[in-house]
Design a protein around this ligand. Structure first.
Ligand code: TXA
Ligand code: MG
Length: 305
């Protein structure tokens, strides 16, 4: 794949918007770092973010929206976090809030969680892309897994060149540090990731952020036992197939890993909600996106602590 780098202009944003609408990720600067953005309502587009980054696991992603009203169409904001958002948006503040059931956000974005991380960016390029697409945009930092967050188009090109088709260049990201992430539970605010915005009195939540950025302590997992590498279902099992192993539902009949990633959390939910007592999953190849899919399945199969 050829990677184009275009300076920020209306025509470049129009090109980027066309790619986003076609389900492709595009690298775009924000005021913190360059992000790799895709339509948050399109599960395959979100799967392509993971494919391009080569990330070996699915972590929930931050969704970018143009304003508070757009955030409230996606999630339920309590008074405390709404107040913070009013004070700091647009800007490098991300809030983690309960997802609305009619949000339309792909389950891969939140990795199946019932909460979502939202922010309203201030950078003109990301704002222009939000305006032209009219879509909520999921965007992690635009770097390959394991490398540092990019603050210039050249960094993105070095890290993801050949893996994405477009980078919008608007000079260095002014901030250079990823947004502050705040959650609220039981009426108390908790800091999940330190960042440019400091909120007095809000403490870092145990087991989050700092030591292992991006690693969440809690993850969605089905409530039922799950068996891996299954080729046939036992009587009490709901079989999630892949490729030629048809199953009761299939991650991707054609064996396409992007499609499989896009359906993973929806099928786990479905299996969990049905009457069968156990879940079985067909083998999924471990190359490329398969690594992240298998990581998620292994966690889902591990006994509860
Ligand atoms: O500055 C930024 O925030 C950049 C730019 C591109 O906007 N974006 C960014 O996105 O850093 P990302 O997707 O790499 O950050 C995701 C972080 C992870 O550490 C993840 O654990 C946390 O947000 N997160 C996302 N959804 C969450 C949720 N529902 N609950 C708890 N943490 C969540
Ligand atoms: Mg990152």
């Amino acid at each position: 794949m050829q990677t184009r780098v275009l300076p920020f202009r209306d025509e470049a944003i129009a090109d980027a918007a066309r790619l986003i609408e076609a389900g492709q990720p595009v690298a775009i600067p924000t005021e913190t770092v360059y992000g790799l953005a895709a339509d948050a309502t399109n599960a395959e587009a979100v799967a392509r973010i993971y494919e391009a980054k080569g990330r070996p696991s699915f972590n929930p992603l931050i969704v970018h929206v143009p304003d508070l009203a757009a955030a409230e169409r996606i999630a339920e904001l309590g008074p405390a976090l709404r107040g913070l958002a009013e004070d700091h948006w647009p800007g490098p503040l991300t809030i983690v809030v309960p997802l609305r059931s009619d949000s339309g956000i792909a389950s891969l974005v939140t990795a199946g969680l019932s909460t979502i991380a939202l922010r309203v960016p201030s950078h003109r390029a990301m704002r222009a892309l939000l305006r032209v697409t009219g879509m909520p945009l999921a965007a992690p930092s635009a770097n390959a897994s394991g490398s540092i967050s990019p603050t210039r188009a050249e960094h993105v090109l070095r890290s993801l060149g050949g893996r994405i088709s477009l980078i919008i260049d608007d000079g260095p990201s002014p901030g250079g540090i990823e947004s502050t992430i705040i959650a609220e539970s039981d009426g108390k605010m908790r800091l999940l990731r330190r960042g440019p915005i400091e909120i007095p009195g809000v403490k870092l939540a145990a087991g989050s952020g700092i030591e292992a950025p991006g690693q969440l302590a809690s993850h969605y997992a089905p409530s039922k036992p799950l068996r891996l590498d299954a080729t046939v279902a036992a009587a009490d099992e709901y079989l999630i197939g892949f490729g030629k192993i048809a199953g009761d539902a299939n991650l991707s009949p054609s064996g396409d890993l992007v499609e499989a990633a896009s359906r993973l959390f929806d099928l786990l939910y479905r299996a969990d909600a049905l009457a069968k007592a156990r879940i079985a999953v067909a083998p999924v190849p471990t190359a490329g996106l398969g690594a992240a899919i298998n990581d998620r399945l292994k966690r889902a199969a591990a006994p509860r602590q």
